[in-house]
Design a protein around this ligand. Sequence first.
Ligand SMILES: [Zn+2]
Length: 86
Amino acid sequence: MSMPAYMIPCPVVRDFLMEYLDSRLPMVRQWRFWFHLQLCPPCSRYLRRYNKSVDFSRELLEGFTPPPDLVEHTREFLHKHIHTHG
Ligand SMILES: [Zn+2]
């Protein structure tokens, strides 16, 4: 099974959330995490809980608009992914 490089499975996002919040990931990965979190409600909720006391440094990516087809692909992927896990 292959997936586009910009897709990150939910468990990976959660495992590296600390690094993401600290901006310790490579730029491309930061961007993928951010993108995942925009489109994945469960991870988004997880982030909000996790992030209560952390100063979320999102200014780096603020104003960035992902290409519509990328948004579509990611939604599709996440939809399937979430359904796979019930
Ligand atoms: Zn997710």
